[in-house]
Design a protein around this ligand. Structure first.
Ligand code: TTP
Ligand code: MG
Length: 385
């Protein structure tokens, strides 16, 4: 049995939990800028029609008493990580988004398991979630939305929800729903009765797969976060030893870029960043810094190693530098609207994948430290410490 857990009005609930004055009030969480949009609204505000994606002005028009709270993504991310860790007690967990996860609970009673973690989450954070249970992820996800907020819904067989519109199924967006409607497929019941060639005509092979998943003939497994590396590190041995801080900063930024790229590629973020320095005479030492929140950006990684190297006086020329990122966490998709950083990194990484790593870089390393030796991706701090 698979559970889909979806936190209720996640960002807004957290704000209400940490500031009891907001409890029971219509609130909306939005970015700091004047023209920011609403990321989510409390259930009290939803009664007035306030929704995700509206501007603050639109929200206030619908609900003049609406309280606007500025989003604090770090707070939401920290809560999300802790919630995912609670869920891990109950089975394999696949983190789906910042406030959603699938949990594989085997033959356990889904309602009993749900009650257990619901009360733990409530006790720790004073927020609620809605849970869907089914034999597959698609139906479990659909089920979690059927009794919001603080709900539980079990779907034993797709026939129990045949009256619902097909657009309720994750993966069937507005466009596909319209095309299906033109073929007379409006409800989930219609979908399950439709000839397969019709579904294939509209949705291709994905539609056929979906049909068999809903029928229970294809199993969907929860993909827990496993087999990921324990640390990600890169080092660079220089052709000529470095002495000046400016040169060292450039080399460190290049290393931070490699580590950041590899972290994002693995879908990971790191809390522990260490810096390794080897002098000309092979004397080697390392320094480390632990962050409160996990990071994935080279700029942040660089700031940490710069801070570390600035704390010491380099007494001899440097032969090798290395950066290692550890204490890794699965990166959580940040769907916040005014966070352009992720989008920016996504584009940089795509360019690098297509045109090679050196095809794009940040201003700081415009004049790269030139070296002939490749950076070894196999570097681990304990090998050379
Ligand atoms: P959702 O789970 O879609 O919404 P929600 O938890 O606020 O409400 P519901 O009870 O209906 O599940 O998203 C989770 C959080 O992600 C949400 O609180 C705010 C944020 N978010 C964005 O930043 N941008 C978006 O486009 C969406 C949909 C959500
Ligand atoms: Mg939610």
């Amino acid at each position: 049995m698979i559970l889909h857990v979806d936190m209720d009005a996640f960002f807004a609930s957290i704000e209400q939990a940490v500031n009891p004055k907001l409890k029971g009030l219509p609130i909306a969480v939005a970015g700091a800028k004047k023209r920011s949009v609403i990321t989510t609204a409390s259930y009290e505000a939803r009664k007035y029609g306030v929704k995700t994606g509206m501007t603050i002005v639109q929200g206030l028009k619908l609900c003049p008493t609406l309280r606007i709270v500025v989003a604090n993504f770090k707070k939401y991310e920290a809560t999300s990580i802790e919630i995912m860790n609670i869920l891990k007690f109950y089975g394999d967990v696949e983190v789906y988004s910042v406030d959603e996860a699938f949990v594989e609970i085997g033959n356990e009673n889904p309602e009993a398991v749900t009650n257990c973690f619901k009360s733990k989450i409530k006790e720790k954070f004073n927020i609620t979630c809605s849970v869907g249970a089914a034999r597959n992820k698609t139906l479990a996800k659909l089920a979690s939305g059927l009794k919001k907020p603080d709900g539980f819904f079990l779907i034993k067989d797709v026939s129990e929800i045949s009256h619902l519109p097909v657009s309720e199924i994750c993966g069937i967006g507005k466009k596909i729903a319209c095309k299906l409607a033109l073929s007379g497929i409006i409800t989930i019941g219609d979908f399950m009765k439709a000839p397969l060639h019709k579904i294939k005509e509209v949705m291709g092979i994905n539609g056929v797969r979906l049909f068999y998943v809903l029928k229970g003939e294809i199993n969907e497994h929860v993909n827990p976060y496993t087999e990921k590396p324990k640390s990600i590190g890169n080092s660079m041995t220089f052709d000529r030893d470095l002495f000046y801080k400016e040169e060292i900063y450039k080399a460190l930024f290049q290393l931070a870029e490699k580590v950041g790229f590899r972290l994002r590629n693995e879908g990971l973020e790191a809390r522990h960043i260490s810096l390794i320095v080897r002098y000309k005479d092979f004397q080697t030492f390392s320094m480390a810094h632990k962050q409160l929140m996990p990071i994935f950006e080279e700029k942040e990684i660089f700031q940490i190693v710069k801070f570390l190297i600035d704390k010491i006086e380099l007494v001899k020329p440097v032969r090798l530098l290395g950066i290692s990122a550890s204490d890794l966490y699965p990166a959580i998709q940040k769907k916040i609207f005014d966070n352009k950083i992720e989008e920016c990194y996504r584009i940089i990484d795509k360019i690098r994948e297509k045109w090679g790593f050196d095809s794009i870089t940040w201003g700081i390393v415009h004049q790269k430290y030139s070296h002939n030796k490749p950076i070894s991706p196999a570097w681990r701090p304990n090998r050379i410490c």
